[in-house]
Design a protein around this ligand. Sequence first.
Ligand code: PMP
Length: 397
Amino acid sequence: MSPTIPPLAGKLGALQSSVIRDLLKLTARAEVISLAGGLPDAELMPRERIAAAAAAALAGPGCLQYTESPGWAPLRDVLAARESVRLGRTVRAEEVFVTHGSQQALSLLAEVLLDPGALVVVEDPAYIGALQVFRAAGARIVALPMDAEGMRVDLLAELLAAGERPAVVHTVSNFHNPGGVTMSPVRRRALAELADAHGFWVIEDDPYGELWFDRPSPDPVATYSRNVIRLSSSSKIIAPTLRVGWMVAPPSVFRGVELLKQGADLCGSALTQQIAADLLADETWLAAHIDTVRDAYGTRAKALVHALRERFGDRLVSTDAAGGMFVWADFADGTDTKALLPRALDAGVAYVPGSAFAATTGHESALRLCFTTSDPATLAAAVDRLARAVEAQSAQS
Ligand code: PMP
């Protein structure tokens, strides 16, 4: 008799694998220039400096031990000092919680803040990792469009006026993944005021804020309200492998996250947290390192945007890429980017179709392009290939 297979939890039915992770399998072919991944450039990661910090940490036994659930205390001190500068107030170490990348912060916060069916407002297009977390929590998700100034906070005000009561509003305030835009200071203030007036949490998810190219990113939304939980990460400025993210959160949230972190993994890695503390405290070195990353990404971003505008003109509307890792582009003539993808792969270029980032539907004519891992000549070649794919598609239809 064949065994009866036990069921999985019902909530799994609602989950989808990330389209991007599935796509990355297809684009791994050597001849394809992939602008699909969302990876920082490993060549720019400070291997020698990390090795030195690892050697220093390993000189003692402490880095091999369990550490506190909210993070290794000296790392929290370093992060509190950095966040104090960012937020323009004294952030105490007790407000800083270290997580396994900021992705874990999202997942712990969803458990702490959301009951099944709770309303979560996200940006449209949305960060897929946030959608996955909020879906897993059984949230009701409403996606608000963005324009050049970021989330349409006026539409959030309309939702609230209509009686909707979000538990959480999630925003990627700087150099949005995938939308490429940065929320304007006026909208930041307006969002914070709404959060205070209506009593909802804002998760300000900010892994890209330090990767600005021409001018520093605006003051965080968290500057304006204590209802904002601010997330950041060392993944894009140092290396994702450290899995060091952090949040600045008020005491009630902190306590909830601490309880759930104990259940999730007891604590993070003392070794990588000591390495991160060493690098983040070395201000002169870090400033120079981040400058190098900014310079390289800025040059690549400009090369990509230039090639897109030269090749496609008005046919493709793209963001300016003032920072971060992505350009978001939209075909004005409605070209279906999901249908185009097989041709693009044949022509030797990969991207992520915009529809992958939709909370429900939409963005069929958009695409996300990541410029971090290709040099300017390769980016220009990628755009040529994309243009060839578009021509081939038009010739056929
Ligand atoms: N938030 C956003 C908006 C991201 O783009 C990413 C990484 N792709 C994360 C959070 C998670 O990053 P990490 O866990 O490496 O800190």
